[in-house]
Write a new protein. Structure first.
Length: 157
């Protein structure tokens, strides 16, 4: 038993030295990482400054080009809009006339269909009424048959 305890103490001592070595390695790795991060941050800042300057110059040039193109396109769009407005007005008057003619024809057809639907609906109502009467008679017949069967089965009759 003593030998086992001594062996366990020895293993624990080895584990402690290994953990201490790992701690030292982690500290040095953390220091190296911090230094690398600082260098990388400096490089990124330098590149960012250079890119900002280039983007600023490019933005100014592009703004001038966009303004010139916008002015030219506004003129072309204005001319095209005027021509299209005239064509649209002519088409609108023609379409209005055709729509009016179609509306009168459709109104007549809809009135005819409405009368037919009303007639069919009235026929359906009549059919439902007769079906209700038939169903009531069938229900009374079934109830009578069941009561007669029960009376015979219980010896009431």
């Amino acid at each position: 038993m003593e030998a086992r305890i001594a062996r366990l103490e020895s293993d624990v001592a080895h584990l402690r030295t290994d953990v201490a070595d790992i701690k030292v390695d982690l500290r040095s790795l953390r220091d190296k990482t911090d230094m690398g991060f600082a260098k990388l941050t400096d490089k990124i800042d330098a590149v960012e400054n250079r890119l900002d300057a280039k983007i600023g110059a490019s933005a100014a040039r592009l703004d001038e080009k966009i303004e010139a193109s916008t002015a030219r396109l506004d003129e072309k769009i204005g001319a095209s809009a005027a021509r299209l407005d005239e064509k649209i007005e002519a088409s609108t008057t023609r379409l209005d006339e055709k729509v009016e003619a179609s509306t009168t024809r459709l109104d007549a057809k809809i009135d005819g269909l409405s009368a037919q639907v009303d007639h069919k609906f009235n026929q359906l109502k009549d059919s439902l009424v007769s079906a209700k009467v038939w169903a009531l008679a069938l229900y009374i017949g079934l109830a009578t048959a069941m009561l007669a069967t029960m009376a015979r089965g219980f010896g009431w009759v």
